[in-house]
Design a protein around this ligand. Structure first.
Ligand code: SF4
Length: 733
């Protein structure tokens, strides 16, 4: 395909409609007043499904359809567990596990058993509470996926702390934590500084280290509109992604029939070369006197240090460390210098690095150098993953509670909460492997699959006494992430919830989902499951819960009242049950250059871009990528339509690198990484990647990735792995 979206997307939609039981059935589900279940761009809610924050309809994409149709599957049959011992579950691909059907009954894998067996809710909830009552609180950890609601997130983190631990973390530690840490160090706030409407005002968008054509498709309409308004889009990515060059927006007839240009400029740095590239653009801005010194002096600190660093950084060094030619950097800077309103957007191509936080800070430097933060149509926009990953973070799902939340909880409810440091996701995994943890609880997600070094991850989770998964469908974690005693508790999907729930988009906009009728008998709501486990455990331990009426928290409206009084910026949540008025969170969007730092000024930072060269010819730098047919660890389609790749057991290499390794397209090779090895991988010619770099699919390739993390964000470097490639012949030589 030489463009994204278009008629193939329309055909795919019809195919999914048939799979879901017909167009009318799928339409009703997609139009229900629930927030889209997939990404954080944000759709739906009270304005009805397929409506975005600007009120535009229809706004729908393949990702939202894939998630919806997956929830519309039939139930996993009763005899499934007898026919599928764990060893057989391990032989299934992520897609095959996802398509086994919906979980409807609690199941348990007892110590020494090979098969999960259905158990009653009574047995499951009592056994879990008994175990918790017998476990020192700090030997437990609580992991949250960004798909859960604000109410479930708030309730479970509250219970974990009342139980006595701060080992509370969420999936963003393995994806966008660098954005939160980086942005907080610049503006004092860890989220996007813009709203969706700002994209409609921008005349330039930088898209760095991401492929929203596949992962956040509705953003393509906004980028198309930027180009239609005569603006520009600069894409920075080692892979020349098809959908980022041209995309046909299916809901726009002109675009559907004739396609739309997206990228004005496409820059391909080497993997990990972004930081040097960004410094090159900054250096050029100084050379052409395009830095807004008045803005910098009035609203920022650190300009003197940064301008000094830029002066001393040589072009040779920048080119060597970025892999980008000087004239390309010059073109980017000159185009940027001619823009009036620029937005900088990025995803994991920026955050999945040892220097992820530095990448984010450098992007902010570049924006601030031309006063592009703190004005309408300008700003910083991390493109987040799961539909409520930002929300669960906002309502307290972090190891250390934000100061205001802790104070409000303790003072308003007469609580004394634990003061222990609390562990992030990687720290919990390492503590489990060392036997310092014995109980794990995962609210959604696939903790195993999203880990680097999968062999280690399986061993670490296998060292736990008890693991509890709360899920809608099966994934690799249920096969490889089992403990001595493992439970899987089936829950309702967002649009099956018996009570309304809320979600927060990447634009800091809080939506309310109405929920709906359960599609299957058996699964329960997340809030109900958490409430049951909590009340049983708190009763067993006779733990004090201050002035909290636990009973009132069985009602999501009751939880919203608590969030409204506890979480800064969420005050409007107190009326949402009556008004149904969704709201923008206060204090996060900057349309004026007064930031949430102690002195209101933004902070500039100085960095030393890393050296990238690999001297050993038998090695190549590899980045893990997501395909068009998946969302995070969930694989819906084997094929990656936009890249023209039909299977997932591949390493994508530029033809020049195939030559360098004496390979031809399709050769079966062994790929060895710092943490593991993958055999019989198909070396695949892919001339859209920059020569000298390679790509493999996440999460399967995570087995190769070691546990090195960015020291500031604690996020693993999934997009920067040096691997060796050998054929049976060269391996034995
Ligand atoms: S872009 Fe994201 S929020 Fe919008 S419909 Fe697609 S998956 Fe849902």
């Amino acid at each position: 395909m030489n463009y994204g979206g278009g008629w193939p997307a329309v055909a795919y939609t019809l195919r999914k409609a048939v799979e879901a039981g017909g167009v009318r059935k799928l339409w009703r589900a997609m139009r229900s007043r629930n927030t889209c279940k997939t990404c954080a761009v944000g759709m739906g809610g009270q304005s009805g499904g397929m409506v975005n924050e600007a009120g535009h309809f229809p706004e729908v994409c393949k990702k939202s359809l894939q998630a919806m149709v997956a929830d519309m599957q039939a139930a996993i049959p009763d005899d499934f567990w007898k026919r599928h011992p764990v060893s057989r579950l391990k032989s299934l691909t992520p897609r095959e596990l996802e398509q086994c059907g919906r979980l409807v009954a609690p199941v348990r894998l007892r110590k020494g058993a090979n098969n999960y067996e259905p158990v009653t809710w009574q047995e499951a909830l009592d056994s879990i509470a008994d175990t918790l009552a017998a476990t020192p609180a700090d030997e437990s950890f609580w992991y949250f996926s960004g798909r859960s609601s604000n109410e479930a997130g708030f309730l479970l983190q509250l219970f974990a702390r009342l139980y006595g631990t701060n080992n509370v973390n969420n999936c963003s530690y393995y994806c966008h934590q660098a954005s939160g840490v980086g942005l907080s160090s610049v503006t004092g706030s860890g989220t996007a500084t813009v709203v969706l409407d700002d994209l409609e005002k921008a005349d330039l968008v930088f898209l760095i280290g991401g492929n929203p054509a596949s992962n956040h498709p509705r953003l393509m309409r906004s980028l198309m509109e930027v180009r239609r308004r005569g603006g520009n889009v600069i894409v920075v990515n080692p892979i020349r992604e098809t959908g980022l060059e041209r995309f046909a927006v299916p809901s726009d007839p002109r675009s559907l029939f004739f396609g739309s240009d997206i990228a004005s400029l496409f820059v391909q740095p080497d993997i990990g070369g972004d930081l040097a590239f960004l410094y090159g653009v900054m250096k050029r801005l100084v050379e052409i006197e395009a830095a807004d010194k008045a803005f910098l002096n009035a609203n920022c600190t650190g300009w003197e240090e940064l301008s000094g660093a830029l002066a001393s950084m040589s072009w040779d060094d920048i080119i060597r460390r970025s892999g980008v030619a000087r004239q390309e950097i010059v073109r980017v800077a000159d185009l940027y210098a001619s823009s009036d309103r620029a937005i900088f957007a990025w995803t994991m191509g920026i955050t999945h690095h040892r220097h992820g936080v530095e990448n984010v800070q450098a992007i902010a430097n570049l924006a601030l150098m031309r006063g592009m933060v703190g004005a309408p149509g300008c700003g910083l926009m991390p493109i987040r993953g799961h539909s409520n990953v930002q929300g669960v973070g906002s309502v307290g799902v972090t190891p250390r509670l934000k100061g205001a939340i802790l104070k409000n909880l303790e003072t308003q409810y007469g609580l004394k909460l634990p003061e222990t440091e609390g562990m992030d996701t990687m720290a919990c995994m390492e503590a489990a492997a060392e036997g310092r943890l014995s109980f794990g609880f995962c609210l959604g997600g696939n903790l195993y699959g999203s880990n680097p070094d999968l062999t280690f991850a399986s061993r670490a989770l296998g060292s736990l006494g008890t693991m509890v998964y709360v899920s809608t469908t099966l994934n690799t974690g249920h096969a490889y992430g089992t403990a001595h005693d493992t439970f899987i508790l089936p829950v309702l999907a967002r649009d099956e919830e018996p009570q309304p729930t809320t979600q927060e988009s990447m634009f800091n906009f809080v939506r309310m989902s109405d929920g709906g009728a359960a599609r299957l008998v058996g699964p329960r709501s997340e809030v109900e499951v958490i409430g049951e486990i909590a009340s049983r455990t708190l009763a067993r331990l006779a733990l004090q819960t201050g002035d909290i009426s636990w009973e009132s928290l069985r009602d999501t409206a009751g939880i919203r009242q608590m969030i409204a009084s506890i979480v800064p910026g969420f005050g409007d949540m107190k009326d949402i049950d009556n008004t149904r008025r969704e709201f923008q969170i206060d204090g996060r969007t900057f349309h004026a250059p007064r930031f949430a730092t102690t002195d209101g000024r933004a902070r500039l930072h100085v960095h030393t871009p890393p050296l990238r060269e690999i001297v050993d010819d038998s090695l190549i730098r590899m980045m893990t990528i997501r395909s068009e047919g998946q969302f995070n660890t969930v694989v819906y389609e084997e094929a990656d339509a936009y890249r023209g790749v039909s299977t997932r057991d591949v390493i994508l290499m530029h033809p020049l690198d195939l030559l360098r390794f004496n390979l031809v397209d399709g050769d079966r090779v062994t790929v060895r990484g710092p943490a593991g090895v993958l055999k019989r991988i198909r070396a695949t010619a892919f001339d859209r990647i920059k020569a000298g770099n390679a790509a493999m699919y996440y999460p399967e390739a995570n087995i190769l990735v070691d546990r090195t993390v960015d020291p500031q964000s604690r996020t693993p470097a999934f997009k920067d792995v040096v691997v060796s490639i050998s054929t049976p012949a060269t391996a034995s030589a």
